[in-house]
Design a protein. Structure first.
Length: 140
């Protein structure tokens, strides 16, 4: 297992629209995707392109959203997770589990349309870490 490319940094926000304005007007982002709902994960998502990675803006869809709890502790929002690419999600999951890391749930399809899973921050140097299979050409 090797550390793959940083795909995105997830940023929880109470308002995707306000965050889009920030990244556009303050940070100078020129490519910002349209927000879309992911009901299966309880979030609304929007990707902001940077030259070598993306910022994933994440807004809760309701009180059951895992992002809702994060925002209760961090009302202004903030960095939620970091996401790294791997060529094979099953192999990566087995690697982390073999190390004794706590994988949070089974792999599922993420916002880029590829399999993902999360690894508990206590096993990842304090950072909630998303592992995702490298997207095919043309994905977000």
């Amino acid at each position: 297992m090797k550390l793959g490319r940083l795909n995105h940094v997830g940023v929880a926000t109470p308002s995707i629209e306000a965050s889009i304005a920030y990244y556009r007007d303050v940070m100078g982002a020129q490519v910002i995707g349209a927000p879309f709902d992911m009901p299966s994960q309880g979030v609304k998502v929007c990707f902001v392109d940077a030259p070598n990675f993306q910022v994933e803006l994440i807004e809760p869809l309701g009180a059951d959203s895992p992002i809702h709890g994060f925002l209760a502790k961090n009302p202004a929002g903030g960095q939620h997770h970091m996401c790294y690419e791997v060529p094979d999600i099953a192999q990566a999951k087995a690697w982390f589990e073999g190390l004794g890391c706590r994988v949070l749930g089974e792999p599922r399809i993420g916002a880029h349309g590829t399999p993902i899973f999360f690894v508990h921050p206590k096993d990842m140097n304090g950072v909630l870490t998303e592992i995702m299979e490298t997207p095919k050409e043309g994905a977000h």
